[in-house]
Design a binder for this molecule. Structure first.
Ligand SMILES: CC(C)(COP(=O)(O)OP(=O)(O)OC[C@H]1O[C@@H](n2cnc3c(N)ncnc32)[C@H](O)[C@@H]1OP(=O)(O)O)[C@@H](O)C(=O)NCCC(=O)NCCS
Length: 232
């Protein structure tokens, strides 16, 4: 596995303040997976082996290996020498907030789901999320902001143009989760509280964060949130 084998997402190309890397997990062979696994620390290996489904384990290992590769390159150390940790959670102060690499001059976020991995690296707090389209977006839409629920339901009933209900759900969910991961509280804050919208949009601002969609293959949705910056 090399940096060249990670795809830089076009809309969020590294510009000094933000880089987003995307991986299609099925493009990596077992040799690369095995090599990536040797870079993980003991806690990561334990976490990896706790996944029963091979596709989840694969996405986890590749995400952590890729993050180590990117962070190691940013800090001048080998991927296995990146010291993985967590920021304090802004909700309770425990060390289960955003991931961090000790001594690194950058912040990062990662997201993995069967088939896709995203890594975002920035010089300030950042959150990224990739999600597969759900089978029943209307059932899940109640988790989101009430206006987003309305938009998704209307799209499902054919009374709102501009995108299928699944696409709208995944947009709103990935935007919200990217923002909540950027803050570091994750789903410790109710996703019902923040409106990020279900429409196609060049970007959204919320509480000093810039949130914009990341281009991913059909069947997925993704977004990245960056604190205190205009949209890249
Ligand atoms: C973080 C969270 C949103 C992940 O959602 P997901 O869609 O299942 O998974 P993703 O692949 O998109 O993201 C997972 C990554 O988010 C990161 N992450 C975990 N907690 C995080 C947090 N609080 N803030 C930001 N990032 C976080 C980790 O790097 C994690 O990857 P890893 O488990 O491989 O290390 C969800 O697990 C969560 O919110 N957990 C905390 C909930 C909570 O109640 N916390 C207590 C508050 S006091």
């Amino acid at each position: 596995m090399t940096l060249a084998s990670l795809q830089a997402v076009p809309e969020a190309r590294a510009d000094g303040s933000l880089g987003v890397w995307r991986m299609e997990t099925e493009r990596f062979g077992d040799d690369e997976l095995d090599l990536g696994a040797t870079w993980l620390d003991e806690a990561e290996r334990r976490q990896a082996s706790s996944y029963v489904r091979a596709e989840l384990r694969r996405a986890y290992v590749l995400a952590h290996a890729a993050a180590r590769l990117v962070l190691g390159a940013a800090t001048g150390v080998a991927p296995a020498d990146v010291v993985w940790g967590r920021h304090a959670c802004p909700g309770c102060g425990e060390r289960h907030g955003r991931p961090r690499a000790e001594g690194a001059p950058v912040e990062f976020s990662l997201s993995h789901t069967p088939g896709q991995v995203l890594i975002a690296v920035a010089d300030g707090p950042v959150g990224v999320d990739v999600e597969r389209h759900p089978d029943d977006p209307v059932a899940l839409s109640g988790l989101l902001h009430p206006r987003e629920t309305e938009e998704i339901t209307a799209a499902a009933h054919g009374t709102l143009d501009g995108g299928r209900a699944t696409v709208r759900f995944t947009r709103a969910w990935s935007r919200t989760e990217a923002y909540l991961k950027g803050i570091g509280i994750g789903l410790g804050r109710d996703p019902h509280l923040d409106y990020l919208g279900t429409d196609e949009a060049p970007g959204r601002s919320i509480a000093g964060w810039a949130v914009h969609d990341v281009r991913v293959p059909e069947g997925y949705g993704a977004a990245v949130a960056l604190l205190g910056r205009p949209r890249p």
